[in-house]
Design a protein around this ligand. Structure first.
Ligand code: FAD
Ligand code: NAD
Length: 510
């Protein structure tokens, strides 16, 4: 890789030579402070010109970007487009330009190795230096990546691995920035090791029979700003692995998610609590050798064998309580998954689920669903229309929005049920209105007793137009709707009649 020779820095005419200690700051123009830079980086502006894509950069390509208005610099293997940062750089433009189109790692290490450039420059990240594969790491010969993607689809991830005496680390380079711990699902069962990474609507699979035994628990880390996933496995015996293992079905494939099929793992029933007369909170535990987090707004499939036939139904995970403090995935890497499930006495699946004993097993699929968390970002008004167990996707959305969206002014839940006894987590919902002043609730009952003083009936234009009041004329709004199919269909029609656009509505369906 290219390196700026250290003797060329500081350049004879550089500002850096002026100051004692070899470090100097240049006066910055107005509006070019660190705070201004942070504001710019958070504005959502495309600062690399690559629309969020990460690319592999060759040395030849890097060299081409050596002008002030097109300046790429490599630091510790990552390439940044620093042109937008020029005027904000406390050390001046000349210093940055001295590493233009080259590897500035030495320069950087000399001046400010402590600076968290990864965070400061994350929106300027262009990609990684394309490194030639090394034989010494004992890489598996890569099988052909199934490249059936349309040209505009994400480019295929790749993987590599390395080892220490006691650990084996598998590294997945996704080439995408918007990945997190939800994006990767890892299962180690019997002789199969699977790591499925979801990138936009595509699935990248590592599927191997490992060459040696590993311990049950492993850790998963994500370096979000470089799109790197690290799975750290613990060796059972501290021996040197000559290879990672042998390929199993669809190993190293990158295909549309819809073609990938669902993978199930057996989970133990830990507890079952009554919530209403017919709805229960089920807690299931993932196997120790599984890493799986269900993203907000997504569901999974539960599978049971009922009289010799495998039956599968979709369910939306919730938290153990509506009042749980929202935790970033990195903190809540929990092994427990909670479900609010209504038992239908004449139903096929739910009576069977209800008959399970604590300690029995249910299979859980990988997550599915088309809700994107990004739809909540920068929202001002969030309206949730839920009917019966259609409340379940609202639990995580509500929790996430109140904890993480500073722009949010109003969150209203319109909760449709037959009777008061059917209202799921009523006291928790009411408590939340006291806990957070932005949150409000309206219960609407379709078959109330004569004592009910609140609103009654089915979803209607009158109820909706009174309920869906924006906090300002042009406020950014999202309306989420979920419940029985006729409820959802009618609701969507009414919302269109009330002039809400498609982009302002998300309906939860199968
Ligand atoms: P089913 O056998 O489907 O029967 C349901 C009811 O319909 C029963 O009362 C039954 O008597 C009646 N019925 C069945 N067939 C007929 C018929 N031919 N004519 C008249 N009536 C009939 N549910 C939850 O409780 N919690 C959730 O988190 C949840 N999440 C979901 C997420 C998604 C994406 C979807 C699509 C659904 C979700 N559901 C959820 C619903 C769930 O998937 C099941 O549909 C539900 O649990 C009923 O399953 P069952 O097999 O017990 O009942
Ligand atoms: P329910 O029968 O108790 O009805 C709840 C309310 O829905 C009623 O009080 C009424 O206001 C409204 N409603 C019912 N039928 C209606 C109709 N024909 N027209 C207009 N409004 C109507 O509801 P439930 O038994 O709890 O069923 C919940 C439904 O939500 C299920 O169909 C389930 O599949 C669905 N659900 C979907 C998802 C998802 O897609 N992600 C998640 C959870 C639940």
């Amino acid at each position: 890789m290219l390196n700026v020779p250290s003797q060329s820095f500081p350049a004879p005419s550089s500002q850096q030579r002026v100051a004692s200690g070899g470090r100097s700051k240049v006066p910055l123009k107005q509006g070019r402070s660190l705070m201004d830079w942070i504001r710019l980086t958070e504005s959502g502006k495309d600062l690399t010109g690559l629309k969020g894509k990460l690319i592999d950069v060759t040395e030849e390509e890097l060299k081409k970007h050596n002008k002030k208005d097109d300046c790429w610099i490599c630091i510790r293997g990552c390439v940044y487009n620093v042109s937008p940062y020029m005027e904000y750089h406390p050390g001046g433009e000349d210093t940055l330009m001295s590493a233009a189109g080259s590897d500035g790692t030495d320069l950087f290490n000399q001046i400010h190795p402590w600076v968290n450039y990864e965070s400061m420059l994350k929106v300027c990240l262009v990609g990684r230096m394309a490194v030639k594969p090394t034989v010494s790491k004992g890489m598996l010969p890569k099988s052909q990546v199934t490249d059936i993607l349309a040209k505009e689809g994400p480019s295929s991830p790749s993987y590599d691995w390395f080892q220490t005496e006691s650990l084996v680390t598998i590294v997945i380079y996704t080439k995408q920035k918007d990945i997190n711990l939800d994006s990767v699902i890892v299962d180690h069962q019997d002789d199969s090791f699977r790591a499925e990474t979801i990138i936009k609507d595509y699935s990248y699979l590592i599927h191997l029979g490992l060459s040696h035994e590993i311990q049950e628990d492993f850790s998963v880390r994500v370096v979000e700003n470089v799109g790197k996933i690290e799975i750290v496995l613990k060796k059972k015996e501290n021996t040197f692995w000559k290879s990672l293992g042998h390929s199993l079905e669809n190993h190293n494939s990158f295909i549309p998610k819809k073609d990938a099929g669902l993978y199930y793992r057996r989970c133990r029933l830990i507890s079952k609590e009554d919530v209403t007369h017919d709805t229960k909170l089920f807690c299931l535990m993932l196997p120790p050798s599984t890493h799986l987090q269900v993203p907000i707004g997504q569901h999974v499939y539960l599978k049971l064998t009922i009289t010799g036939t495998e039956i599968v139904k979709p369910y939306t995970p919730v938290f153990d309580s509506l009042l749980s403090e929202f935790q970033e995935p990195v903190l809540c890497n929990s092994k427990y998954i909670y479900f609010l499930i209504k038992i239908y006495p004449a139903g096929l699946f739910t009576p069977e689920l209800d008959h399970l004993q604590i300690g029995d097993y249910v299979s859980i699929s990988s997550p599915e669903g088309n809700f994107k968390k990004s739809r909540i970002e920068e929202l001002e008004d969030l309206f949730l229309l839920a009917a019966g167990t259609g409340f379940t996707p609202m639990v995580k959305i509500l929790n996430y929005a109140l904890a993480n969206i500073p722009s949010l002014r109003k969150v209203k839940l319109m909760f449709f049920n037959k009777t008061e006894d059917d209202i799921i987590w009523r006291s928790q919902v009411e408590k939340l209105t006291f806990k957070d002043k932005r949150f409000d609730i309206e219960f609407i009952l379709s078959a109330p007793t004569s004592e009910w003083n609140g609103k009654r009936g089915y979803i209607s234009p009158a109820l909706l137009s009174e309920f869906l009041k924006r906090s300002s004329d042009k406020s950014k709004v999202l309306i989420c709707i979920c419940g029985p199919t006729p409820f959802t269909e009618q609701g969507i029609r009414l919302l269109h009649d009330l002039n809400f656009s498609k982009d302002e509505i998300h309906s939860f369906t199968a």
